[in-house]
Design a protein around this ligand. Structure first.
Ligand SMILES: Cc1ncc(COP(=O)(O)O)c(C=O)c1O
Length: 397
């Protein structure tokens, strides 16, 4: 009889977990901490976590909801009717999309949870998920943790940071069960190119691929641009779902409030998975989320004005130090090419060492992010001005 394989050490991770790199923002936070411990006043433009508070009317709705004993029990993963109806009304008013509040929307505990669990609901070993590169890390770690393959679709600057769908190998299309897309796009700041959603619907229908549009940034847009929902594309509901997060558009990152909308059967499959792994979104948060969606638009508009002002500040400073950068029409990020002679990480390192400013190296978001860096606009104006001043004085010339 073969000797039993040596049992691994108590705290050693599973092979599945070992297969993915450490979560990149955790590493960034560690570096910042290290510098601060050494007494260096580091300004971080790395992470996209809004600095302005959740809108007052949302907090008030939460205050009321949290005291309601009816909202304190285990939530149902189907979600409260108030939440589902608020989403249905919002989608009609904001995007012109009809959503059946009974079958076509349920809550998610943030978009991150939703994307991760979609991988476990739909992927088996041997399956493929098609994932934007650069992209939000869970599009690649989710499939790998689920034992499947994440096949990267490079976002091409010459195509407006869209992938070339015709370049996807036939065998990958055959094995693909999920396609992750995201516009306005993190990290590139790109808005959806004309006709791209239509091409996606056509491709997905032809190859039986479930499209997951990660709509995290439709409410943070500038210069009068109004971002569409993927579900407004003819035929989208037959092939896809949209994950709508309240994190960025309503300054609610800590609340973990999102929804999945669209294809009813796909949503039901996700629900089946969720009933096995979590116990739903706190109902008071659902009620606060519903209040956010039904609330006055002026708070969202004011938030966009703040980001737009900061965007202009950063773009001007980067141009002054010779960085060719486009002003994005959406998201809360500036995506810029690193100066000649630098890689993403050598430039981020230089900026940290010379100016004590943190920017995210583009390579953190996937191999096609190499040659770029990302700046987040979620820093108060005076600190952002200080950071920009440091970049000007340390990096000019
Ligand atoms: C593209 C994208 N999707 C999802 C998320 C996470 O959203 P949530 O806070 O709802 O989990 C982020 C956060 O940065 C993001 O950039």
């Amino acid at each position: 009889m073969a000797a039993p394989a040596k049992k691994r050490a108590l705290a050693s991770p599973s092979q599945r977990l070992e297969a993915i790199p450490p979560y990149m923002f955790a590493e960034l936070e560690r570096r910042i901490e290290e510098k601060r411990d050494a007494g260096i006043d580091v300004l971080s433009l790395g992470i996209g976590d809004p600095d302005t508070p959740t809108f007052r009317y949302v907090v008030e709705a939460m205050r009321e909801a949290v005291g309601d004993p009816g909202a304190q029990k285990y939530p149902s993963n189907r979600g409260r009717v108030e939440f589902r109806e608020a989403f249905a009304d919002f989608y009609l008013l904001r995007f012109g999309v009809e959503i059946d509040a009974v079958n076509e929307v349920i809550p998610a505990i943030g978009a991150k949870e939703c994307i991760y669990n979609l991988c476990f609901a739909f992927l088996d070993p041997g399956d493929v998920a098609l994932a934007s590169d650069p992209g939000y890390p869970v599009y690649t770690s989710g499939p790998v943790l689920a034992g499947a393959e994440a096949f990267l679709l490079p976002l091409r600057p010459d195509l407006g940071f869209a992938p070339d769908l015709e370049a996807i190998p036939e065998e990958k299309l055959e094995a693909a069960r999920l396609l992750f897309i995201n516009y306005p796009n993190n990290p590139t700041g790109a808005i959806v190119p004309e006709g791209f959603f239509e091409q996606v619907v056509e491709l997905a229908g032809r190859h039986d691929i479930l499209v997951v549009h990660d709509n995290a940034y439709s409410e943070t847009t500038y210069d009068g641009y109004v971002a569409p929902s993927f579900l407004a594309t003819p035929g989208a509901k037959e092939v896809g779902v949209e994950v709508f997060s309240l994190s960025k558009g309503y300054n609610m990152t800590g609340w973990r409030c999102a929804a999945i909308l669209g294809n009813a059967e796909a949503i039901n499959t996700y629900w089946r998975l969720k009933t096995n792994v979590d116990s739903g979104l706190f109902e008071a948060v659902q009620l606060a989320g519903a209040a956010a969606l039904r609330g006055p638009r002026k708070e969202v508009e004011e938030m966009c004005r703040i980001y737009e002002r900061r965007r202009d500040l950063v773009v001007e400073a980067l141009r002054d130090i010779g960085v060719e950068v486009e002003a994005p029409k959406g998201t809360i990020y500036i995506w810029a090419p690193v100066p000649e002679g630098h890689s993403s990480s050598s430039f981020a390192e230089l900026v940290l060492e010379e100016a004590a400013v943190v920017v995210s190296p583009g390579s953190m978001y996937g191999p096609s992010g190499e040659g770029f860096f990302r700046i987040s606009l979620t820093t108060p104006d005076e600190l952002l001005r200080e950071a920009v001043q440091r970049l000007r004085s340390h990096l000019t010339g």
